[in-house]
Design a protein around this ligand. Sequence first.
Ligand SMILES: C[S@@+](CC[C@H](N)C(=O)[O-])C[C@H]1O[C@@H](n2cnc3c(N)ncnc32)[C@H](O)[C@@H]1O
Length: 349
Amino acid sequence: MENQDKPHKRRVRYKGTHPKKYSEKYKEHDPNKYSDTVARVILKGSTPAGMHISICVKEILEFLQIKPGQTGLDATLGYGGHSLEMLKCLNHTGHLYALDVDPIELPRTRDRLEKQGYGPEILTIKQLNFLEVDKVASEAGLFDFVLADLGVSSMQIDNPKRGFSYKKEGPLDLRLNPKKGISASERLRNISEAELEGMLIENSDEPYAAKIAKAIIIENKKGKYISTTTHLQQIIKSALKFIPENEREEAVKKSCQRSFQALRIDVNEEFEVLYEFLEKLPSSLKSGGRVAILSFHSGEDRLVKKSFKRLFKEGIYSEVASEIIRPSKEECNINTRARSTKMRWAIKA
Ligand SMILES: C[S@@+](CC[C@H](N)C(=O)[O-])C[C@H]1O[C@@H](n2cnc3c(N)ncnc32)[C@H](O)[C@@H]1O
């Protein structure tokens, strides 16, 4: 009877036989109802829309050696895949704290984990920047284990409204928390050519930084401020016109990837935040406490490596990874986003 009052809501229609746009992938957005479709997409080596496939799960669990009764921190909750695996190890005794700055995905993940039986009695989720790790530790007590899986989730990259990908038309935002700070578009509006060139070099080793910075500033001077992902992509494309045609497509793709990464690092102050987190980590860990960090580009990995090495020399860590751990070939085949992952770990003295 009830249904008679409700108007029937038609699902979004798409052209052709398969949905291509993020918003049209209604089956992938509902993994509980359409588990077959989701499994098929994963098998094909893709990440279903609205999902994130956790990386190096086996390697992380092997290292963290989580036991029931322990207290841990997932500094980067994301889709909650790593949290879920860590919660299974706790076996309903102990506590997991989980942080994320993203106010859009966090409530979805909280709901998902709660539906799987992980509520506030075992899991405390906070919308907080992980640079506040010390504050969380003062509430939770020192941690037995900490995981940080840096960067962005697939849900964030795939959602065109967030502006993380040059491949999809959307506002040039790139903030992990769109309610805080300024968008990438605003940042580009008020930047000088020298600062922009420096940002592209420092954050992502962009070889055509000078040319791209110049092209963006010329566009600003014309009053054509860059407000969308595709506008920025077009500017990069025209700045690289001097590259021979047979090499241009690949070069533009790479420069787009690097430039978007550089802007993302800048608007989210990712290096400053990571540095502060690494400084505060040891005093948030118990003696014997373990930390694993997954990073996705050389700038991040350098910071982790330097911090772990220095604190090991100072006797603050008793052991640190001597080499980077990488996901297996099999994992990279299933999940192409795993290919650039570098894992490092440390144990508190
Ligand atoms: C790679 S994803 C994590 C995926 C997660 N491990 C999983 O299995 O689903 C990274 C997440 O960290 C969050 N993040 C990035 N920097 C952060 C910071 N400084 N503080 C808190 N969360 C952050 C992002 O919003 C994103 O959701």
